[in-house]
Write a protein that binds this ligand. Structure first.
Ligand code: URA
Length: 256
């Protein structure tokens, strides 16, 4: 089959919603790549070392003086397990670098992986409509808990989120938004260290605190737009949360 036919066939499958292929048996795709760096820190008390180098991530993130440098540091980072699982590129953020609100989703999907920008697929379009309706356009920066697409759009593991966390934390510190909005349970759990279901967690103001430093930012968890696409009746709860962000941001008595 020549390249044109192969592209046409792949486009046909992509239109039909098939964006991942799995072989029957496992295949070690890391063998052909430079080894992802594994922590050199000795395991304490016999615990296995983490599968990523947290210190390396912290140092690379801390050295970035602005968002451009941070995006370059993320692209050069090899310590997140997602990198060797089929992601095409790092997906960092989009929006205003001086955003008043940072919106943190779960993980890039297929559209985001292809374009290198977060929340540009169907869920992203709904998110954009909610942002615009709450009059928050141009006042947000949108990112995720991890910067690479998990295969098959699975939820990122806590280890994958931990490997990316120093970069996310540095992005928050560089932007220093007035408010943080976590969309979806995976974001609320990773960023705000909450446990439980998102329907119970949403809508209550909490505080995000930097691990190193004294930055503290009010944060709210809400429903993920992909969930809202599957369950449109829940949109009113997410809308209440978006309005709560707008009211708090602008010191309004209530939303008109
Ligand atoms: N869902 C997310 O959580 N993030 C994206 O970037 C896209 C879909």
């Amino acid at each position: 089959m020549d390249l044109r036919h192969a592209e046409s066939l792949l486009a046909f499958w992509a239109d039909a919603g098939v964006d991942s292929l799995y072989a029957e048996g496992p295949c070690d795709r890391t063998a052909a790549r430079p080894q992802a760096r594994v922590t050199a820190t000795a395991a304490i008390g016999g615990d296995p070392p983490p599968a990523f180098d947290l210190e390396q991530a912290r140092m690379a993130a801390a050295a970035a003086a602005d968002l451009n440098a941070l995006a370059a540091a993320i692209a050069a980072f090899e310590g997140c397990g997602l990198i060797t699982q089929g992601a095409r590129q790092a997906v960092c953020w989009r929006g205003s670098e001086t955003a008043e609100v940072m919106i943190i989703g779960e993980a890039p999907g297929a559209d985001e992986d292809a374009a290198g920008l977060p929340f540009i697929g169907r869920a992203g379009k709904l998110l954009d409509r909610m942002i615009a309706a709450a009059q928050l356009a141009d006042r947000v920066l949108i990112t995720n808990t991890v910067f690479w697409r998990p295969p098959g759009n699975r939820t990122p593991t806590p280890e994958e989120q931990q490997a990316c966390a120093p970069f996310l934390e540095r992005a928050i510190s560089l932007v220093a938004p007035k408010l943080i909005l976590c969309v979806g349970a995976a974001s609320a759990r990773s960023v705000l260290k909450l446990t439980g279901g998102i329907l119970a967690l949403r809508g209550q103001w909490r505080e995000w605190r930097a691990v190193d430093g004294d930055l503290a930012i009010p944060a709210l968890a809400t429903l993920h737009p992909a969930f809202l696409l599957r369950q449109p009746s829940a949109k009113k709860q997410a809308w209440v949360d978006f309005l709560a962000v707008r009211v708090r941001l602008d010191g309004l008595d209530s939303y008109m």
